[in-house]
Design a protein around this ligand. Structure first.
Ligand code: URA
Length: 212
């Protein structure tokens, strides 16, 4: 699968083990999603541009240093479950800005409906945009979010989608419309079931993160 990166790390496996387990409680679920978010953030930011500086060290020597240009990054969590990654990404890139997209799923048609968009007007200052949703299932919410971003002036090649669980159907849906968008996932699962849940997946990520 081109333009898809799947994380490979034993600690990511630990996180997935708890996320998938129906007996994991809300604390284990939240903690695992947060830890997984750190790994996604590290991978997603590996090629961020840097700025070069010089600093004086405690030995009064001048050292060349570099700093990630994280103030040119925009995070887009898709509500609700995307909120589960915000803290992790800000841990790694603390000066990133955050714009929320609220998306409700129609459980009959599986269509995504937008109920909130706080996309800023000055999008041209952002060189990198991370769309965050733990579940890339049908891809409907993701594509609708990408439409909002692209219509708002963001270039598809500057966008990275970060998810925990991806279904092949969701990846295909995103890439059939936006092949330039990179997808980073902790796992690509088998398929969707008849009501659009990822199999085996982790159930309803938003409910498990906030309600169960
Ligand atoms: N959203 C979820 O929370 N879980 C799925 O499996 C699919 C979409």
């Amino acid at each position: 699968m081109s333009n898809v990166t799947v994380l490979k790390h034993p600690v990511v496996d630990n996180c997935l083990r708890y996320l998938r387990d129906k007996d994991a409680d809300i604390v284990q679920f939240r903690r695992s999603l947060k830890h997984l978010g750190l790994f996604l953030a590290m991978e997603a930011t590996a090629d961020l541009p840097t700025r070069q500086y010089q600093v004086e060290t405690p030995l009064n020597i001048t050292a060349d240093v570099a700093e990630a240009a994280d103030d040119t990054v925009l995070l887009i969590p898709i509500l609700r479950a995307g909120l589960g990654f915000v803290e992790s990404f800000l841990e790694v890139i603390p000066r990133a800005k955050v714009a929320h997209i609220g998306m409700a799923r129609d459980h009959e048609t599986l269509e995504a409906k937008v109920y909130l968009s706080t996309l800023p007007k000055n999008v041209d200052v952002y060189q990198r945009v991370y769309v965050m949703d733990p579940m890339l299932a049908t891809g409907n919410s993701c594509v609708k979010t990408l439409d909002i971003l692209v219509e708002g002036g963001i270039k598809p090649e500057s966008i990275v989608v970060a998810c925990a669980f991806a279904a092949p159907e969701g990846i295909n849906q995103v890439h059939s419309r936006y092949p330039q968008v990179k997808i980073i996932a902790a796992t690509v699962d088998k398929k969707l079931n008849e009501v659009g849940y990822i199999i085996p997946g982790c159930g309803d990520a938003g409910d498990r993160l906030y309600l169960l």
